[in-house]
Design a protein around this ligand. Sequence first.
Ligand code: NAD
Length: 520
Amino acid sequence: MTTISDPEAVPAAAEQVRGTGGVLPHWKDGAPFAGTSSRTAPVYDPATGQVTKQVALASEADADAVIASAAAAFPGWRDTSLARRTQILFRFRELLNARKHEAAEIITSEHGKVLSDALGEITRGQEIVELACGLAHLLKGSLTENASTKVDVSSIRQPLGVVGIISPFNFPAMVPMWFFPIAIAAGNTVVLKPSEKDPSTANWLADLWKEAGLPDGVFTVLHGDKVAVDALLTDSRVKAISFVGSTPIAQYVYATGTDNGKRVQALGGAKNHMLVLPDADLDLAADAAVNAGFGSAGERCMAISALVVVDAVADELIAKIGERVATLRTGDGRRGCDMGPLVTGAHRDKVAGYVQAGVDAGAELVIDGRVSNPNQHFDGAADGFWLGPTLFDRVTPDMSIYTDEIFGPVLSVVRVDSYDQGLDLINSNPYGNGTAIFTNDGGAARRFQNEVQVGMVGINVPVPVPVGYYSFGGWKASLFGDTHAHGTEGFHFYTRGKVITTRWLDPSHGGLNLGFPQNI
Ligand code: NAD
């Protein structure tokens, strides 16, 4: 499990992604940067269980050097015309669109998700690049003529400086792209601290920016763990932090970053419920539950993990889900399977531990992904981090498979008597990231969108990730800070307002008057 496999095995791996001597470097001043730290972490191919490379873990000195690169690039980038910024963003968009399969292969080889899913996350990230291409419109200020006699008032928005982006393992391309296209479009420079579990996509993106003509230092990558994160949170040159990850770390990042005077948006974990009413189309609901529960092996912050079903239709829905799961192929994401492995062996064991906890707590295990099920097809290497789709029925809100974010392919059916009981359950949950209702009753759906205390709501849509020009963000323990990701909120987060009151000399304005200025 600890051998470094043949670097050529990573298909798209150019030098900047493979790393020198099997160690993936940071990226600063438009080039790989080895740093001085001797600490590294292993990067696995989850479908084989093999270590494919090591990733550098930054020391404080390495973090200082990368932040210095971004800080040095800021004055020039801030003053770069919007026309030029737009051209670079368009070029980045074209390169990304043409070469996204390369990034998808890297993602699959380190995260494990199937290739089509990896391509899908890049495409969703590309939406934000496309939004950012409209930066000239989105950064427009306003002007009021004659606010007072011959006095004009205008407002502009200016970039903040160096901004830090700290991202999770589950979307190594999309989540950073929720933020950096907008941050860069708005005139900031970026330090991206990706997850150490699947770090190579960040270097691939850095190299793509260079090819697109972005000046050196505007986009940098700092690999590492808590040392790198703490450096970003405490360095006075870093003005804002966008974080995505688990709730305890999001809370820590929000508290520490704001204590250090930074603007922080910290998106946390989730427990997403799908409420199925008796009048729903049960075939559509079963498809949706399987797709949203087991896609990306459940390692999505918008995955459905609690299936809240009105008792009258629960048996029928569970039977339909069972038929569909029996057709799924789990295995290597490069072999056309439906579902890949979990990201690490430790995470697979943790999720399997939850399955056992569910059994011990008395839930009914309908499909056990831990065992080789003759009805589930498998196509992968023996040492991969496998766990098949798992379905529980008769889960109650006190069980850990309900209370905890499992982040694996485990779907728990909670039976309720009515819409009201289902809504109460969802609203009592500490998380509020995404939720969905399945019904053909427009009145019930409208009530749900009004009453549910969750940031992103789907009506017959199981994974309601907003399009790029709307904003992404949960409520309650799923988001700390008041600004969601991307859309116009993203442009707001990465800029600060300035209001200018102007009067050009006119003899009629002379004379002393120490009173508070009045608009007349
Ligand atoms: P994580 O919290 O373990 O790690 C996220 C980032 O924080 C990584 O870059 C990691 O290196 C860093 N980090 C980890 N421990 C740290 C510590 N002690 N101090 C400082 N930094 C630390 O999350 P993960 O396992 O990579 O990702 C899965 C989690 O992310 C899930 O909880 C999922 O719901 C959440 N997530 C949320 C959203 C959302 O939009 N709300 C989106 C994607 C993922």
